[in-house]
Design a protein around this ligand. Structure first.
Ligand code: ARG
Length: 462
């Protein structure tokens, strides 16, 4: 069933139909398509372009289609080219003549742009909520672990002691930026292309402000050619999703490391782990690995659409039908990753004793030993050298800085005193990091307060 058979002498080849169709994937836009058509029909009647009777017949017919799709009595049959053809043909089957008037002053080009924008807008809002739920889970972990010590790493080598609250706080910030990016993309996509027609507007006296407002947009788009050829909003959403995936992937990588026998910092809940078909002892972090792995396809989706759009002349080109599958795939993938990741994180057990023990070895307090000397007047560069010598000494004997005797300290520098042991204890090392953004308990409690109020206010930090 075609919307455009008039000027053709021959039926479309079957393979061409299959290659050209989009109903198999754009059927998920049925709700947006119907809502958009309802707003368009109301506007046409308000402007005297169709009669009130036709409007009512169209609205009833569309409502019936919506209900029948949702209750499963109306199936998407393959002979239609896309969701727009499907809905329009069904409408005309149901209500006759009036159905044929719906497309007055409209093109599938502004129609598909509208559907896609409305869909992306709704998904953007849903994903923002999912990110927020993950941040909520992180905030709980932060509140509970202000004094849970663990090593902080650089180059994956133990560096300085931090806390679990601080480490979780780093991810909180990443997801806060993600939420901000989604909000920003959502704001920018909220302009209505309906009324742009095929590319050059229309000669009917449409009220674009009315349809824009009734569909919840901030207003109509300003240029009709741009309206039908713009897919920036999909790309912006996919970019935000790519960054979310990157953050989830880095987080997954850490969970996988922490869950390994060697680290043993965490244990993933049985409900979020899987076993091996051959090795009975195994409990694998498959969910974290899949979340990490799926990042590849989300990046791919973004690259696919960027590449599709590159070099397209104005205005609409059929290439743009290729926006849908990558967009839908990235949206579905990121939503399921966020849901599963939040579940996994909220049920994770932390082996705090192992984390603390790990923070205690590996010289994470070496900087603090140097700072101790600085507080007694030694220039930092000299202090660095002195502690470096002490580290060498410890390495030779397989011990920690805490295990050296005072006379051994003094043999390297007479500045050391009995209070060195307290100065380099794990608790002191963390407690003294009071600068904004640092893991010290005071700074951390302030940071947690800010996180809490940012989540509550609904305003992401830009
Ligand atoms: N299925 C098409 C798409 O997704 C709808 C627009 C078709 N417009 C056209 N002039 N062929 O882009």
């Amino acid at each position: 069933m075609k919307l455009w058979g008039g000027r053709f002498r021959k039926e479309e080849d079957k393979a061409v139909h299959c290659f050209n169709e989009s109903l198999s994937f754009d059927r998920r836009l049925y709700r947006q398509d119907i809502e958009g058509s309802m707003a368009h029909a109301r506007m046409l009647a308000r402007q005297g372009i169709i009669t009130l009777e036709d409007r009512d017949a169209i609205l009833d017919g569309l409502q019936g289609i919506l209900e029948d799709i949702e209750n499963g009595s109306l199936a998407f049959s393959e002979e239609y080219e896309d969701i727009h053809s499907f809905v329009e043909a069904n409408l005309t089957d149901r209500i006759g003549e009036a159905g044929k008037r719906l497309h007055t002053g409209r093109s599938r080009n502004d129609q598909v742009a509208l559907d896609m924008k409305m869909y992306c807008r709704a998904q953007t809002a849903e994903i923002r909520e999912l990110v927020k739920e993950l941040q909520q889970a992180l905030l709980t972990l932060m509140e509970e672990n202000v004094e849970t010590y663990m090593p902080g790493f650089t180059h994956l080598q133990k560096a300085q002691p931090v806390t679990l609250a601080h480490h979780m706080g780093a991810y909180f910030e990443m997801f806060e930026r993600d939420r901000g990016r989604l909000a920003d993309a959502g704001r920018r996509m909220n302009t209505c292309p309906l009324g742009a027609g095929a590319l050059a507007g229309t000669t009917y006296p449409l009220d674009r402000a009315y349809t824009a407002e009734s569909l919840g947009f901030d207003g109509p788009t300003y240029n009709s050619m741009d309206s039908v050829s713009d897919r920036d909003y999909v790309i912006e959403l996919l970019s935000a999703l790519a960054l979310i995936s990157m953050h989830l992937s880095r987080f997954s990588e850490e969970i996988i490391l922490w869950n390994s026998n060697e680290y043993g910092f965490v244990e993933i809940d049985d409900a979020y782990s899987t076993g091996s078909s051959i090795m009975p002892q195994k409990k694998n972090p498959d969910i974290a690995e899949l979340v990490r792995g799926k990042t590849g396809r989300v990046y791919g989706d973004l690259m696919a659409l960027l590449t599709t759009m590159k070099g397209l002349p104005l205005a609409y080109d059929k290439d743009m039908q290729e926006d849908k599958e990558p967009a839908f795939d990235a949206i579905d993938t990121v939503k399921s990753c966020l849901r599963l990741f939040t579940g996994m994180i909220s049920t994770l057990s932390f082996r705090k004793d192992r984390m603390e023990a790990s923070a205690k070895n590996g010289f994470t307090n070496a900087t603090d030993a140097a700072d101790y000397l600085v507080s007694r007047g030694v220039p930092f560069r000299d202090a660095h050298g002195i502690v470096g010598q002490l580290v060498l000494l410890c390495l030779d004997r397989g011990i920690a800085l805490d295990d050296l005797s005072l006379s051994e300290y003094r043999a390297v520098s007479p500045v050391f005193d009995e209070d060195i042991y307290d100065a380099i204890s794990l608790g002191t090392c963390v407690k003294k990091r009071t600068v904004t953004g640092a893991p010290g308990p005071e700074a951390m409690r302030e940071a947690i307060e800010k996180c809490r109020s940012r989540l509550a206010s609904g305003e992401e930090r830009a």
